[in-house]
Write a protein that binds this ligand. Sequence first.
Ligand SMILES: N[C@@H](CCC(=O)N[C@@H](CS)C(=O)NCC(=O)O)C(=O)O
Length: 256
Amino acid sequence: MKLYYSPGACSLSPHIALHEAGLAHELVRVDLKAKKTENGDDYTKINPKGQVPALQLDSGELVTEGPVIVQMIADKAAGKNLAPAAGSSERYKLQEWLNFITTELHKNFSPLFQPVIPDEVKNFFRDRIKGKFKYADSQLGQEYLMGKQFSVADGYLYVMLRWAERTGMDLSEFKNLMAFKDRRRAAEGQGRARYGSAGAEGGVSRTCPGRAAASFMPLRRAGTATNAGFATAPALQRTASRRAPRCAASGARLGS
Ligand SMILES: N[C@@H](CCC(=O)N[C@@H](CS)C(=O)NCC(=O)O)C(=O)O
């Protein structure tokens, strides 16, 4: 499988899902402004939507739309319980969360990344987003959105919390969300050990075995936004490019 991603973008959600699923995958970085892959290919020929994430299956089929991609990943690793069984009422609950995150959080963030949008308009969206986070906070009584079990919706929510941090949003009043974010950060730290060692839980890429251990990079704060979505600050971007492997085992860096 190949995940088309951009550092810091929403493609981090399926990237987290791939790691949690322990599925071998290849990463292909996309320049969202130029619509070019890191190999120089015209990305719109691969995904006419021109957006990340996109997951290319080994059959060549391309799957787009983050909430669908993460459910497909969860279904491919059923033993990891990243999503309740298809057709169950819990699965619909998961889909409720994924839809909420994608429409009420993710897409309300988009104007914040547009340099042409005036600050007062951005503030309107900040308030809206805060209201949505307030709801999520009220529902996060247990460890995860779905209760005690981590699901692909949690990975997506975590990406939104990272965006909130990067855009300077103060969410400190939302204690459940802050605790959730801290737990996920800690899990990333463990993930480095858990996924990074070749042959451990995460497995090794078929395409570049041996690179996984060195390539895992923890998520970090980034700075700038582009009109194509989130990008890392230039310096960090350069670091990321230096470190980013062309292919990655599950457990390679979570930078998308
Ligand atoms: N509906 C898509 C939206 C994905 C999306 O917004 N991706 C952003 C990055 S976070 C992107 O590719 N932006 C570039 C563009 O829209 O041209 C999904 O849920 O996967």
